[in-house]
Write a protein that binds this ligand. Sequence first.
Ligand SMILES: [Zn+2]
Length: 294
Amino acid sequence: MNISFDQAEALRDCRVCPQRTIARMSELVGRGVHFGETVRMRVLPAPPHTGIVFVRIDLPGAPEIPANFESLAQEDLLRRTTLRWHEAEVHTVEHFLAAAYVLGITNLRIELDGSELPFLDGSAQPFAQFLLDAGVAEQEATIETCAPSRPLAFRFDHAEIVAMPATDFRVTFFFSSENPLLRTQSATFVVTPESFIREIAPARTFAFFHEIESLRRRGLIRGGSLASAVVIGRKAILNNELRYSDEPVRHKILDFIGDLALLGKPVVGHFLAWRSGHRANAAFVRFLRKEFEK
Ligand SMILES: [Zn+2]
C-alpha cells in the first residue's frame, strides 16, 4: 500500500517501538566461515539504550565494538560485513544482526572469543531460533523508528537501491547472474518476524563453484564447507537441495536486512535493491543515515 508523503512524514514523527533485549544469557559455539576459527558467542541481556555491542573478550582490555554504521568497515566488505572500532574487529555479523533486527531486539551484549561470528548453516535460521529460545524481552524504554519521507534513489557501482515511504517494512530484491541456473531472480516480502522466520531466515549463503578457488587464495572461506553454503555450478547445484527455488535472492534479502540493521533503529519503508551486495548496502546505510538526520 502506498501512502502520501504527508502521511509518511507524520508516521516518521510518531512511530516508536519498545526497546527489547533477551530474557536470559545464551551461548552458541561454531566456526567462522572466512577465517575458520571456532568461536564461542555468549549473548547477554543489556540495559535500555545500550544498542547491540560486540565484545572481543579474547583481546586485551576486552574492547567493545558497537553494531552501527559508524563502525562499519568500508574497505573490507568482500563477502561479509565487518565492524571495526579502533583496532578491534568482528566479521560476518550480517546474519545474526538480521535476525535480531527483525525480532526488534535493540540491546544486547555479545561476548566473542574470536574475530568472526559462527557461520552455522550459512543462514539466519539458527540465530533466529537461538534468540527466540533466549526469550525476547520488552523493556521500559522506547526507540523511534526511521522512515523515508520521500522516494530516495541511490547508486553504487552497478547497484541501485530505492527507498520509498510505506506503512510497513518491505524489501524487494532483483538479482541477476550470468549463471544459467539462476539468470534473474526477484522477490518481495513484507518483513515481519513471522515472514522472516518462514521465508527469509532459512535462505543460505551461496557461492559459485568457479569462485571458490579464488576466494580461498585470498584467505577467505577457510572455514567454509559444503554444509554451510549452497555451491552453484553451471549445470547443477553441487552439494544439496535448495530450500526454496529462489533461495539465492532470498539470501540477498537477508544480507540486505542485516546491513540495514546498522542504522541502529527500526525502519519503516519499502526498499527496492538491484544487484546490491555488502559494499553497496554499507554505502546505502551511510546515505540513509544522512537523509534521516536532515
Ligand atoms: Zn549472507
